[in-house]
Design a protein around this ligand. Structure first.
Ligand code: SIN
Length: 529
C-alpha cells in the first residue's frame, strides 16, 4: 500500500474542516480531506438554529461578547471571545459569497432574518429556516468536491496520529506530527497518510451518552487521538445538554431548535403550567445549562418522562415558514406543533472542552492543529452560548488556513507502514457492541446533568475495566471502525470523568451535589498525559 502524501491532511468534514479545506485550496495547497462516513454525515449538517454574529444595528461585538461571557459562567477567555465575535461578520460574508441561502428579511437593513436564542440579549442568529447546518454543508461540500486541489476520501477513519515519538525520534523531533494511519473501511486496510500539517476536525463526543442530539459520527475521535499523541485537553467536564430533544420512542436524536424558544415557545408541564419562571428570571431564554437543569429538576421531582415545548399560540403560517423541518418531522410522529405542545427531554449536545489550541488552532504538537468542536479555544467557557459553535468553526478554520499558508510547503518523510503481522480477525463482535452500550448507559446515569462524587467514582471504575478489555482487543485483533470508535469513546469518557472529579465546585454545565457552590476563582481543568 503506497504512502499517500498531502500538504495538509484534514480529518473530519464538518464546517471547520470544509472551511479550512476551501481556504487552503485557494492558495494551491494540496489538501487531503478524510471523513469516516460520507461528506455530509457529520454534526454540522444537523445544526438547526444558525450562526451568531453581530450583523444588526441594534447589536455590537461588545454585546455579543458579554452574552458569551455570561453564558460561559466566568470561564471564557475574554481575549479569545473578543477575537471570535469581531471576526463573526466577515466569516458570515464569506459564507454568503460561497452561496449559502440564508433566510432573507427585506424589512431588515441587513437583508437577512435574524432569530433569537437563549442567552442572547438581541436577535443575532443568521439562519436558513430551521436547517442552517444542512444549507451550509450542502453549499460547501459541492465546492469541496469539485475543487482540483482537494482530494476527498470518504469512509476513511483515522486510527492514530503518526508522531516523532511514535517513530522513536529524538526528543527534539518527538513532538512533531507527520500524518496519520487511516482505516479504509471499504477495503478493510490501513493506509499511511503523510502530511506536512495534520488537522483534527472530527467534532465532539455526544455518543458517549445514551441520549444525544448528535449523529452516530460524534465519537470523540479527534479528542482521543490528540490526547493519545500527547496534547493537553481542557474542560472536558463541560458537556452541554440541549434542553429540548424530541421525546418519542421512534424519534432518534431529533433536536427541537432553541430558536423555537427564541420565537416565543414556552416550556410547560403536562397540566399546562409554565415552570421556567420559577427557576430563572430569563425564563425560557436563560442560558442552556440553566434550562436543561430546570427540566431535569422538574422531571425528577415529579417522576415525569418528559416536559412540553409549546409554540402553538403563534400563527400556523409563521411556524410553517420558520420551522418547516421541525413541523414536518413532528407531524410524522403525529404531533402538530401549530396545535399541540411538543414532548421534549434534555440530551447530550455539545462538548465544550477539547484539545487545547492557540488562536490559530495550533495544538501542543508541532504541525498538528485542532479546530471546531474537537478543540478547546477558550470561547465556550463552562457553557457554550447558542449558535456560537458554527461561528467558532468558521473563525478557526480560516485562522488555521492563514497560519498554514504562511509556512513553506515541505514534503512529508517516508513513514513506516501499519503493522498487521501479529493480529487476526476478531472472534466476537458482541464484546464491542456490549461495551458500547454499557459505556453510554453508565455515562448517562452517573455523569449526566447532575453529578455526585460517588457516581463519578463508579463511572471511573467501569471505564478502567473497559480500557483493559479494549486495549487487549486492539492489540490482538484487526481494527474495525466500530472498535476504533469504542476505543475513542472510552478515552473521551475517561477524560470527562477525570475532569469532573477535579472540579470541586458547580459552574455552568458541571453541577455536583457534593460541591454546589461556585468558587471565587474560575479555573480551567487542564489534563496532561
Ligand atoms: C439549536 O438550534 O438549538 C442548536 C444550535 C446550537 O447548538 O447552537
Amino acid at each position: 500500500m503506497p504512502q499517500l502524501n498531502f500538504d495538509t491532511l484534514i480529518i473530519g468534514s464538518g464546517l471547520a474542516g470544509l472551511t479550512l479545506a476551501l481556504n487552503l485550496a485557494e492558495s494551491r495547497r494540496k489538501v487531503g480531506l478524510i471523513t469516516k462516513q460520507a461528506l455530509l454525515d457529520g454534526a454540522s449538517g444537523w445544526a438547526q438554529g444558525g450562526i451568531a454574529a453581530t450583523l444588526s444595528d441594534e447589536d455590537s461585538s461588545g454585546a455579543h461578547m458579554l452574552d458569551t461571557l455570561i453564558s460561559g459562567a466566568g470561564l471564557c477567555n475574554p481575549a479569545v471571545t473578543r477575537y471570535v465575535v469581531e471576526k463573526g461578520p466577515q466569516a458570515i460574508q464569506w459564507l454568503i459569497r460561497q452561496g449559502v441561502p440564508f433566510t432573507r428579511d427585506l424589512d431588515n437593513r441587513t437583508g437577512y432574518h435574524l432569530t433569537r436564542e437563549g442567552g442572547h440579549s438581541v436577535r443575532r442568529v443568521i439562519h436558513a429556516a430551521d436547517a442552517t447546518g444542512q444549507a451550509v454543508q450542502l453549499t460547501l461540500t459541492e465546492k469541496v468536491r469539485s475543487h482540483p486541489n482537494i482530494s476527498v476520501l470518504e469512509h476513511h477513519m483515522a486510527v492514530d496520529l503518526i508522531t516523532g515519538a511514535k517513530l522513536g525520534q529524538t526528543a527534539r523531533n518527538s513532538s512533531r506530527c507527520h500524518g496519520a494511519y487511516v482505516l479504509d473501511s471499504a477495503a478493510g486496510v490501513v493506509r499511511t497518510i503523510g502530511a506536512n500539517n495534520t488537522v483534527l476536525a472530527t467534532g465532539g463526543a455526544g455518543k458517549v451518552y445514551l441520549y444525544t442530539t448528535n449523529p452516530d459520527t460524534a465519537t470523540g475521535d479527534g479528542i482521543a487521538m490528540g490526547w493519545r499523541a500527547g496534547c493537553r485537553v481542557a474542560n472536558m467536564e463541560f458537556i452541554q445538554f440541549h434542553p429540548t430533544c424530541l421525546y418519542h420512542p421512534h424519534a432518534k436524536s431529533f433536536l427541537v431548535s432553541e430558536a423555537v424558544r427564541g420565537e416565543g415557545g414556552q416550556l410547560k408541564l403536562a397540566d399546562g403550567s409554565r415552570f421556567m419562571p420559577w427557576h430563572d428570571h430569563r425564563a425560557e431564554l436563560a442560558p442552556r445549562d440553566i434550562v436543561a437543569r430546570a427540566i431535569d429538576f422538574e422531571m425528577k421531582k415529579r417522576g415525569l418522562d418528559c416536559v412540553y415545548l409549546d409554540i402553538s399560540h403563534k400563527p400556523a403560517e409563521f411556524l410553517k415558514e420558520h420551522f418547516p423541518n421541525i413541523y414536518k418531522r413532528c407531524l410524522e410522529f403525529g404531533i402538530d406543533i401549530t396545535e399541540q405542545p411538543i414532548p421534549v427531554v434534555p440530551a447530550a449536545h455539545y462538548t465544550c472542552g477539547g484539545i487545547v489550541t492557540d488562536w490559530n488552532g495550533k495544538t501542543d504538537l508541532d504541525n498538528l492543529y485542532a479546530i471546531g468542536e474537537t478543540a478547546h479555544t477558550g470561547l465556550h467557557g463552562a457553557n457554550r452560548l447558542a449558535s456560537n459553535s458554527l461561528l467558532e468553526c468558521l473563525v478557526f478554520g480560516q485562522a488555521a488556513a492563514a497560519d498554514i499558508i504562511g509556512q513553506p510547503p515541505e514534503p512529508p518523510p517516508e513513514l513506516p507502514q501499519w503493522d498487521e503481522s501479529r493480529v487476526t480477525n476478531a472472534d466476537e463482535e458482541i464484546v464491542i457492541s456490549h461495551n458500547w452500550d454499557e459505556l453510554r448507559r453508565f455515562m448517562w446515569s452517573y455523569v449526566g446533568i447532575v453529578r455526585t462524587t460517588k457516581r463519578l467514582q463508579r463511572a471511573g471504575h467501569r471505564i478502567n475495566l473497559l480500557h483493559e478489555e479494549i486495549n487487549e482487543y486492539y492489540a490482538n485483533f484487526r481494527v474495525t471502525s466500530d472498535l476504533l470508535e469504542l476505543r475513542n469513546l472510552v478515552d473521551t469518557a475517561d477524560l470527562i470523568v477525570q475532569s469532573a472529579m477535579l472540579r470541586h465546585e458547580s459552574r455552568g454545565l458541571h453541577y455536583s451535589r457534593d460541591y454546589p457552590e461556585l468558587l471565587p476563582e474560575a479555573r480551567d481543568t487542564v489534563l496532561k498525559r
